[in-house]
Design a protein around this ligand. Sequence first.
Ligand code: AGP
Length: 616
Amino acid sequence: MCGIVGYIGAKSALEVVLAGLKHMEYRGYDSAGISLVTENELFTRKKAGKLGNLQELLTEPGIPSSNLGIGHTRWATHGAPNDLNAHPHLDESGKIAIIHNGIIENFSQLRKDLTASGIKFNSETDTEVVAHLLSNSLTAGSNSLADAMREVCQKLHGAFTLVAVHADSPDVIVGARRNSPLVVGLGVGENFLASDVSAFIAHTKNALELGQDQVVELRKDSVIVTTFNGEVVQAKPFTVTWDAAAAEKGGFDLFMLKEISEQPKAVADTLRGRLNIDHILKLDELKISEQELIEIDNILIIACGTALHAGLIAKYAFEEWTRIPTSVEFASEFRYRNPVVTTRTLCIAISQSGETMDTLMAVRHAKEQGARVLSICNTQGATIPRESDAVLYTHAGPEIAVASTKAFLTQIVATYLVGLYLAQLKKTISTVKIQELLILLASLPAEVDLVLDTIEEVRGLARKFANNKSVLFLGRGVGYGVALEGALKLKELAYMHAEGFPAGELKHGPIALIEEGLLVVVVVPSPTQQPVLHEKIISNIQEVRARGALILAIAVEDDQIVDEFASHIVRVPHLNPFLQPIVSTVPLQVFACEMATARGHDVDQPRNLAKSVTVE
Ligand code: AGP
């Protein structure tokens, strides 16, 4: 939800932190700020709006040189996105600066108590209470900023990543985390703190995972990690597997366009190493025993947003291949239900960031109920995989654009690998059938490439409909999940009303929305592989056309029937029905991206959104 960067070393902290914040902007861009410590002075600048506004402020003369600094990009939770509420926040002495990601749920009582003790608040944020509490703790005798942080964290409820500096301690940055990401970058004579590795990958690929309820003391040549009680712990090291270039735009105007173009490679990388030469699946990283997996009698997929749509699509294949009842639930709803979950339930948590609070809390809820949890995640060392019994990483590489694209395709592919693995263990489909499907999966990168080669037409259609007020999306079977994903992309990028429906639902109410000229995008199933569904959806097309709708059909290349009923047709390769969503989604991603561009929106950083929603 917010981006956090800290640096201590021999380089210019201003340069390192600002460059790091540039990679953090996708996590929130309502405001940005930086604090530098130099010669026992604290220098702070912060500004509403995007990082560029802060950078402009920092071109003024008088910026001190410093080797220790912290920076923040904000997605507002408490307090409007203005200069005063921008982080860092200071204590009354002006010697302590704090930045925060998350929500401190008991801040209002803490604020009342502090105000009653005479503290004057400058902002509306929950974060500012921490600055004053740290100051009080040091005044009351805490030996160090780290001790003060440990004491204060024990008073806080909710989710938080906190990073603080003190003008009188120019050799240390102190961080803390609970239910919110914070990772350490290990350099030579320098060290880094960040919300994710993209902030320091240009400097080092050596990193440390920080665990729940831990405090880190970062000096230029040492890193000490303790619990909130002060017990020293050994943090788990890991090496980042992608390079800095992967986190850059690579010549594209937009991260989203780059990531759409990377989809063939992302799918190929996700499959790599998981099929042996005989196309037999080997998922060694699944740390759930084969016997436990064989005994699974209920599959529960939990996720949010696009990740949930991947689960909705995978559900059809799971039930077909494994014959295990499979349900898909919004994480935010599951979290507050009293579900029927047992030790024979496999909970599959799908999350690109691995930090989505709704999904994390749902994972914990499922574990409390006894379920085994497997996460499908794109971010190494993230909180959700760390709290799961097993993880299958998608290897899509860093996804910077807020609108998820390559992660979505790889989530479907990775979830399919799990489904086929379960089917292989439970022998619910033959080895020959599994090998056939794995060979088809292996052909997907080339199929996606074909779609990308013919995508220019979609851009033209997006510009043609750029002034629409609303678009409806229809699909049946796995096409319903594609319809939902197409609608979500249009909502989050073009800020346009868009809804996805199961096509069979239209006549139960939504058809009242149809009026002259309304654009309806229809994800059309194969006329040969799914003739009944195809026939039904052609009827649905006729129902809406009869009421004046314009039809944009996403149809397989050899479907001649649809020609008679659609105003516009985008052709995609004709694949196995379960694999069809992989290619049918791509035109809808481009359609939404182009529509947003035509409407002059910031495609990579859409309004009101953030890449990782780390609050409930
Ligand atoms: C998708 O384009 C959105 N960015 C959003 O729906 C996202 O998929 C959702 O917030 C889940 O994020 P996660 O995969 O990181 O858990």
